[in-house]
Design a protein around this ligand. Sequence first.
Ligand code: SF4
Length: 242
Amino acid sequence: MDDFGPQEWLSALRQLESALGPSFERELAPRLRALAAAPAPADPAERLLAALELMDAYVAEQEAHASAATACAPGCPFCCHTHRVLVSELEAVLLVRAVAASPQRKDAVARVQRGRPTTDGPGSSPCAMLGKDGSCSVHRARPSTCRAYLSTSRKACKLYAQGRGPRPDTIRGYPYLAHKMTTAICAREAEDRAGVGGRTYELNGLMRRIFAEPAKIEAWRRGSPTHEPDLVVLTTPAHAPV
Ligand code: SF4
C-alpha cells in the first residue's frame, strides 16, 4: 500500500486553513506539518488514526478557550442511541481491529452480530460498539463523526434520547470542521491510494456483515476491505472537492 504524499497533505492543510481562519497557522499547522513529516506508517489506517488523535488533542486544547464547553464525558451513552453512525472504510478497518483485539472479544463480537442499523433520532438501535457500562468499547478507534459530536448539555442529550426533548445543541465550530475535514481528506486520499474507494457505510450494518464471515474479518483487519455494494451509503469520487 502506498501512503499520503506531500500533495495530499498540502491539500489538507489548505482546506483546513480556509475553514479555521487565523488560528490555523498559529496553532494547528505546525503540528499537522510535523505529522506529515514524521516517518509514515506503511498502513493508511494507522496514518488516519494519527491524524484523528492530533485533532483530538487540538480540540481539547481549544476547548479551554471556547465560549461553550462540551458536556461530553466518558460513560455518557446518549448520543450512541440517537444517531445513524456513518464510517469510512478506513475507519471501519480501525473498528474491526479494535473489536478483534478486544479483551472482551466474545461480548464485543456478540454485540456486533446482534446489531441492527442505527438511525437518526430517539428509538435508534444503539451503536454496536457501545459497551455494557455505557462507554465506547473502541474509544481510541472511534470514528470521526463521534469525535466531532460535542454536546453542550448532558441533560438535553438524555431528554432527546428519551423522546422528551428537542435535538440537543452541539458545538459546530472548529472541532466539527477540523474533524470532518481531516477525516474526509485523509480517509479519501488514503482509501484512494489503497485502492479501496471512498465508500461510507452505516456502522452496525457493515460490522455485522464483516463479522458474519471469518474471511471478511481477516480482509478488513489487513486493511483490504471487501466491497459490500448493498450497504454503501455514500461514495465519494476520488479527488472531488470536499
Ligand atoms: S463508536 Fe463509540 S462513541 Fe461512536 S456511536 Fe459507537 S459507541 Fe458511541
